[in-house]
Write a protein that binds this ligand. Structure first.
Ligand SMILES: [Zn+2]
Length: 721
């Protein structure tokens, strides 16, 4: 990878990012010897993250060196005596972050999945500094002036469409980050960003602490009444991990709480567990997030004003596929009313069962999952415990590989343990090849919940695909929080967990399919309301007969799931869609309204209560993420004013799925090929709306989404996007 040395200007830094240690500048060489995290990745597959060498003590100095090296490189770009060109400005910027990108990939893994007191201390110190560092780059006037020159000339400089788009992205990102502000405003902006970074860290750490500390310990087997064996087993393991062998523990995470709420007969214990879960970040104690939220919202509103936008939501959505909050609200409102109507029907069905029991139960939020499960049994003769024995994690993983093979021609082969370093013994690695047998990347899999790992499930790119300076392969990971069972016994998933598994794998395939030149527009680095299209789409393959018959195998008999059960699953597919939609959409609406409220001071508790009341939120449901625990929105800018993205993308997803079913079905090779060409492989090299209509031959409309959820389709499906 010596070619980077040939680039004028930033030689010392560029050498440090991609050449062996012998080529490093003296200072960088000393740093590499002292800190293995900043060295170029070595080993097979074009180098892999040295996870075996990461210690929390190395993270801070590695981040510091990475920042210093990037600033030095940027200084050379900004002060280049040559006239600005794409190559000496934009491409040089793309090269300037390689070292810091590597360090941040490992830092992200440790804060997200191996968090302990030492890692959290690094986070508290470094997050504001990283925010200040970004501002230092976007506020570099000489640099911005060069980017602006390249941007102005982009149409007449023989740039490829991808290079033009990348230039547009740099320019607009800089402008949106305040590059055109005066010095006083820039300083204000940077202060705000650094304060926000600290608040985000504090927000996330508070939730993690409540999730780690919160637990319901059960010591009498009678209190487990109703729980299936797999859930009891998981609870026993969780208790043992807490040094409470012989008892059962319900941890304060979604994967422990939801099964308990679904099955536990003890209504008082359901209420306790529910309360513990919905109170995360809202306990009134040291981990309470309410004050953090008020401050975050005030600072975000201030920042938006400074940047010339009416609200934070307008700023965030400007370059999204929705383009503005109004269009996002329009879609949410169109779906909200039929979803609430469906909830009232679902509650009536549940109440009828509760009435028959004669215990005087009026459906409350801690009863919803429990009675919904009974309705499912009664109406569809289907209950989750019939399905779970067929949902073996490892078999379903093979099923996902099958989907990837059939649709994309990818082959997954396990990497021998020890060949590639991992950060935890539960993590495994696969190499991925294309139909020609050529390596396209690596897939890391970290499936189990553990202390110090954030709850939920996500995909992460350790390295983005690029080829402007040589062929760099994608490295992606999938992370989830499945409850690990007894050693040697298969891990059984709920239907929802199985969907999540497929969902995250869809993100991984998006990353692995990337075929672009520049890392900033590579893989999943697309608009937030577009990125969920591949992931939500992949969920659809779970319920295809091909996957269920071959991979949903009973963990004891090895027999495939009976056709009769598959038919029942199909019939029950739209079951509980009112609940799922309202639980999600209430969170998305509150998120958007919080960020449309401008600079009115906000008390999160009052705002949440009043907004939900005004929306007509059914009292039997609580938001999927209440404001004080809404990590998507408050532990970073990421999904702020952006939780609507899942619905927006699902409109595309449902429409894409219909593209398959209208053609030859889920395995239609021609549709898959069009999807790869126009969506999966192109990253952010073209506008998502153009990419989508190139795939579909038209824009998406809301009809497919409403059909997918079993809601009435509006007469005029004019909800064009
Ligand atoms: Zn996703």
């Amino acid at each position: 990878m010596k070619k980077e040395l040939a680039i004028a200007g930033a030689a010392a830094f560029l050498a440090a990012t991609a050449a062996p240690a012998a080529d490093l500048s003296q200072a960088a060489t000393r740093a590499v010897i002292a800190n293995p995290l900043i060295a170029p990745w070595t080993g097979p597959y074009g180098g892999v993250p040295p996870f075996d060498q990461v210690t929390p003590a190395l993270l801070q100095p590695a981040l510091e060196t990475g920042m210093a090296e990037q600033l030095a490189a940027i200084d050379l770009i900004a002060n280049d005596p040559a006239a600005p060109t794409f190559e000496n400005t934009i491409a040089a910027m793309e090269r300037s972050s390689h070292m810091l990108d590597r360090v941040q990939a490992m830092y992200g893994v440790f804060t997200g999945t191996m968090s302990d007191d030492a890692v959290q201390a690094v986070e508290r110190t470094m997050e504001p500094r990283l925010a200040g560092f970004s501002d230092q780059i976007t506020q570099n006037e000489k640099l911005f002036a060069r980017i602006a020159v390249v941007y102005e000339a982009r149409g007449k400089s023989n740039l490829t469409p991808e290079q033009q788009r990348l230039t547009w992205k740099y320019y607009t990102d800089f402008v949106r980050a305040g590059a055109r502000l005066d010095a006083v405003a820039k300083k204000q902006l940077s202060d705000i960003n650094q304060q926000l970074a600290s608040l985000y860290t504090s927000f996330g750490q508070n939730i993690l602490k409540d999730e780690n500390d919160g637990v319901l310990l059960i010591d009498k087997p009678a209190d487990l009444a109703g729980l299936p064996d797999s859930v009891r087993e998981g609870a026993a393991q969780a208790a043992e991990a807490r040094g409470q062998k012989g008892k059962w523990a319900v941890s304060n995470t979604r994967s422990s709480v939801e099964p308990f709420l679904t099955y536990a007969d003890r209504r008082d214990l359901r209420q306790k567990v529910w309360q513990m879960f919905v109170d995360r970040g809202d306990t009134g104690g040291a981990t309470d997030n309410n004050a953090n939220i008020t401050k975050i919202l005030r600072l975000r509103a201030e920042r938006a004003k400074l940047l010339g936008y009416p609200t934070h939501a307008h700023w965030r959505l400007e370059n999204s596929m929705a383009r503005n909050p109004e269009r996002a609200m329009q879609l949410m409102e169109a779906v909200w009313t039929p979803a609430v109507a469906r909830v009232h029907e679902e509650v009536a069905d549940m109440q009828a069962i509760a009435d028959k029991e004669g215990k005087g139960v009026r459906i409350e939020p801690w009863d919803y999952r429990y009675y919904a499960e009974k309705v499912r049994k009664e109406k569809y003769d289907l209950d989750e415990t019939q399905i779970t024995p067929y949902m073996q994690l490892e078999k379903l993983r093979e099923g996902m590989f099958h989907v990837a093979h059939e649709l994309l021609g990818f082959t997954f082969k396990p990497v021998d343990p020890g060949k590639v370093p991992v950060y935890h013994p539960d993590v495994r690695v696969w190499e991925v090849t294309n139909p020609a047998g050529k390596l396209i990347g690596l897939w890391y899999f970290d499936p189990y919940a553990r202390k110090g790992k954030h709850s939920g499930a996500w995909m992460n790119a350790y390295r983005s695909q690029e080829r402007f300076d040589g062929d760099v392969k994608t490295i992606v990971s999938n992370n989830s929080n499945f409850v690990k069972g007894k050693p040697g016994e298969p891990v059984l998933l709920s239907w929802e967990d199985a969907r999540t598994l497929f969902h995250e794998f869809g993100h991984a395939l998006h990353g692995l399919s990337s075929n672009v030149s520049y890392p900033t527009v590579s893989g999943t680095r697309v608009a937030r309301d577009y990125v969920e299209l591949p992931s939500q789409l992949l969920e659809h393959w779970l319920s295809t007969p091909e996957i269920l018959n071959r991979y949903a195998l009973h963990y004891q008999t090895g027999k495939p799931i009976p056709q009769e059960l598959v038919d029942k699953i199909k019939r029950a597919e739209r079951f509980n869609q009112g609940f799922k939609t309202v639980e999600y959409l209430s969170s998305a609406l509150v998120d958007m309204k919080l960020h449309l409220a401008g600079d009115t001071p906000i008390d999160p508790d009052t705002f949440e209560r009043e907004t939900l009341a005004a929306l007509g939120m059914p009292h039997e449901i609580v938001m999927r993420h209440r404001t004080p625990q809404f990590n998507h929105v408050f532990s970073g800018d990421g999904y702020s004013a952006g939780y609507y993205s899942y619905l927006w993308a699902d409109t595309l997803t449902a429409d894409t799925w219909e593209a398959f079913t209208e053609a030859g079905g889920p395995w239609d090779k021609a549709v898959a090929k069009r999807l790869v060409t126009n969506v999966l492989s192109v990253g952010n090299t073209i506008d998502p709306a153009d990419a989508y209509s190139a795939f579909r031959g038209r824009d998406a409309d809301i009809g497919a989404l409403m059909r997918d959820r079993g809601f009435p389709v509006p007469a005029a499906t004019a909800e064009k996007k």
